[in-house]
Write a protein that binds this ligand. Sequence first.
Ligand code: GTP
Ligand code: MG
Length: 319
Amino acid sequence: MVDIETMRKYLLDEKLNADKILSNFREYGINEVEQVLLLGLDNIRLINRCSKETAEKIYTCARVAYGFNFPEPTPSNLINLEEEYVETPLVKLNKVLGNGFRVGSIIELFGSFASGKTQFLFTQSVLEASKGNYAIFIDTEKTFSVDRLKEIIINRFGEEEVDKILSRILLSTTISYSELEYTIFLLVRTLPKLIKEGKRVRLICIDSLINPYRAEFGSYGLAKLAERQQKLNWALRQLLRIAIIYKLVVLFTNQVVADPASPVNFVPSGGNVVAHASTIRIMLIKAGKNDRVLRIYDAPNIPQVEIDFKITEKGVEDK
Ligand code: GTP
Ligand code: MG
C-alpha cells in the first residue's frame, strides 16, 4: 500500500494545496493512494469541494504516486511472467486457464438454478482460505451455509482445519442493491484495514451480483432499465478497479433469462453491461443428479471448451 503522503510532491508540482488536500482525505479515513484511486472523480470532488479539473489533477497525482504511469514498452516475451493466479477447484479448468483465475480479473459464473454456482463459490473460498489467504463472501441470496463449508473443509483438509479456514472466509450479507453498493464502496476501507492486519485478500465472491438489481428494478419493467444498467455498471467497474489495484480475483454469479433463440434456451442476465465487464464468462450446466458441465462461454484467447465436474462432499471437483 502507498501512503497518500507520497502524493504530496506531485500535488505541489501541480501547484495544488497539498496540505489541505491530504488533510481532507485523512478526515475521511483515506490514508492510502489505492483508496484515492477507488474513490472516483465525483467523490474526490465532494471530499475536496473542488472543480472537476482540480479533481482530475488530484486523480492523476494518485495514479503517478501509485506507479500507474504510461508503461514503458516491454518485450512481449516478458509479459505474463509475473502474473499471479488463484487456483480453481477444478484441475482441468486450471490447465485451460493457465494456472487458474488471474488476479486483476473479474469472473462471471452463470447458469440455471442448482447448476452449482453457489457450490463453486463455496469451494473456491475454502481453497483460497486453506492457503492462508482471505476470501470475502458477499451473499445477496441468503444461501450462505456454514455447515456446507464445514463439510467441504472436513472432506478436503480434515476436521482440525475447520476453525482456521472458516475464520479466513469473511461474510457480508446484503439483501438490497443499495446495501450491496454500500458494501462495494466500503471495500475501499475494508481492504486496506485487512492488509494492515496482515490478511491477504485474494478473492471476493458475490452470490449473486444481479439478483438485488433484478428484484428491486424488475417491478418497474422497462421504465427503470437504464437506471438499473447504470448502477450495475458502476458496481462492476468498481469491482474491476478493486481487482486490479488490490491484485485479487472477483468471482460473481449471475442468473439466466429465457431466450428461445439460444441453443440452451437461456442467456445470462444483465445484458451488455455484464457481458463487457467480465474478463471471463463461465456457464454451468446441469447434466445429471450430481454431474455438471462447465463451459468457457467467453474469454480472451481461450477456446470454448467444456469441462465435466461433479458436486460432492468436497464441494465441486473434477469428474
Ligand atoms: P441457484 O442459486 O438456485 O441459482 O443455484 P446454484 O447454481 O447456486 O446451485 P447450487 O450451487 O446451490 O447447487 C445446488 C446443487 O448442489 C443441488 O442440486 C445439490 O445437488 C448440490 N448440493 C447442494 N448442497 C449439497 C451438499 O451439501 N452436498 C452435496 N453432495 N451436494 C449438494
Ligand atoms: Mg446459488
